[in-house]
Design a protein around this ligand. Structure first.
Ligand code: CTP
Length: 400
């Protein structure tokens, strides 16, 4: 599984060190080259000789052991890594890595390494739940560090809770994910639309909706992760642009989104239309601010183009997925949109349910395809919904 791969393992001090001995021996059986760096306190729990025997290689412990070539050593170990694993990772080493402290062989090497990093925390549950540690882990996750999350249970200190080093199988699965990433949409072109549209009334005001773009951005991120070349057309939102996009086009109105979609469509194989497009816009946009007067103000609205319907009419052999935001007769309305917009599948959500729809981190959806296959999902994180959507795309593209 790991032939020709070098896994550098940073071992820090904690009772879970003994489990990493087993991990090293399993990784060797999977044909990995394993290099171990131990902190001083890790060496209090298990002798470096144990790791040296299991890894069949040199174990690095003290940075200043060989004063004539130490700088070469930590850089060369860093360069040799296809992946860098820290297991067990104490609160202390997580804090150091997050804050850029490099005061021993392990922290210096990890800082010098450009390889993907996997961190497997193990510590007392109160330490693990401590907001400072949580914040450090969150920052590292945002920086691209991958976590093999700890398990819950009785800990060596007698406490019950999260903080136990996760099993070797879970750590190996994470390493496998990093070293042999799943990219089922490698090279495919995907267009995602996201966020709300804004329909101007005058230089000061506009009509819009509650969409925050979270669902669409999660889909774009997942599509990038699946190896696709992703173009994201987005209405105004307050979230960070996903990394690795082929193209980002910011728009405001439905008309601008329509134009951008038409410009891109020819080069696109897969379209996922999650934007909350305004169906109507003010019939005219006042040049100057509309001044208040006595009595009511009536605003006449005209229809915006139905972008998804247009794509459905010009579908060719593209894969086309749309959303349905519903508040009543959820499934029937969703089915109607699936057919009338000529979609391969539709993601239907009841925006009236708590923890679903606009602005939340979670969603409750039903995915219905053109063959009548319907799957109702429990509440999930939008990231998880995004994965289900991309898995459905992969399933459909494998049938084409
Ligand atoms: N959509 C679109 N252009 C529009 C309106 C909607 O492309 N002018 C797309 C949305 O991006 C979504 C799907 O159509 O993928 C369904 O949107 P939704 O608001 O649920 O439905 P509508 O088609 O607008 O129908 P209704 O307002 O009657 O529910």
């Amino acid at each position: 599984m790991f032939k020709d791969k070098t896994i550098v393992i940073g071992v820090t001090g904690g009772i879970a060190v003994y489990k990493v001995c087993d991990l090293v021996s399993r990784l060797k059986k999977l044909n990995a080259t394993v290099k171990v760096i131990m902190t001083k306190s890790a060496a209090q729990f298990v002798s470096p000789l144990t790791f040296q025997t299991l890894s069949a290689g040199k174990v690095y412990t003290e940075m200043f052991e060989y004063l004539d070539h130490w700088d070469v050593e930590h850089i060369s170990v860093a360069k040799s890594a296809d992946v860098f694993l820290v297991a067990p990772a104490t609160a202390n080493v997580i804090g150091k890595i997050r804050h850029g402290i490099a005061d021993d062989m392990l922290t210096t090497t990890i800082m010098a390494s450009t390889a993907p990093k996997v961190i497997a925390p193990a510590m007392n549950t109160n330490m693990y739940m401590n907001p400072v540690v949580q914040d450090n882990m969150k920052t590292l996750k945002n920086l691209g560090y991958i976590f093999a999350e700890p398990d819950s249970g009785y800990l060596a200190c007698g406490d019950l809770g999260a903080g136990r080093l996760t099993d070797a199988e879970n750590i190996i699965a994470k390493l496998e994910e990093v070293l042999n990433p799943y990219k089922p949409l490698e090279g495919r072109t995907v267009l995602v639309t996201a966020g709300p549209t804004q329909e101007s009334l005058d230089p000061v005001r506009y009509l819009t909706n509650h969409s925050t773009g979270k669902m669409g951005y999660a889909i774009a991120r997942k599509a990038v992760e699946f190896g696709a070349k992703v173009t994201l057309i987005s209405g105004p939102v307050n979230i960070e642009k996903p990394d690795g996009l082929l193209k980002f086009i910011g728009i405001k109105s439905a008309d601008e989104m329509f134009e951008a979609v038409k410009d891109e469509l020819d080069s696109i194989e897969i379209v996922i239309k999650s934007a909350a497009v305004a169906d109507y816009r003010p019939i005219s946009v006042a040049d100057n601010k509309i001044k208040k007067k006595d009595g009511n103000l009536n605003i006449e609205l005209e229809r915006n183009p139905d972008i998804l319907k247009y794509i459905g009419q010009h579908k060719g052999d593209k894969i086309l997925a749309g959303f349905a935001a519903e508040t009543e007769n959820i499934i029937e309305n969703g089915k109607r949109k699936l057919v009338s917009k000529n979609l391969d599948f539709i993601i239907i959500n009841n925006i009236k349910e708590t923890d679903a729809g606009f602005g939340t981190d979670t969603n409750i959806v039903t995915i219905l395809d053109k063959y009548g296959v319907q799957k109702d999902y429990e509440k999930m994180l939008k990231d998880e919904v995004a994965k289900e959507i991309l898995d459905k795309i992969v399933e459909i593209s494998s049938q084409k």
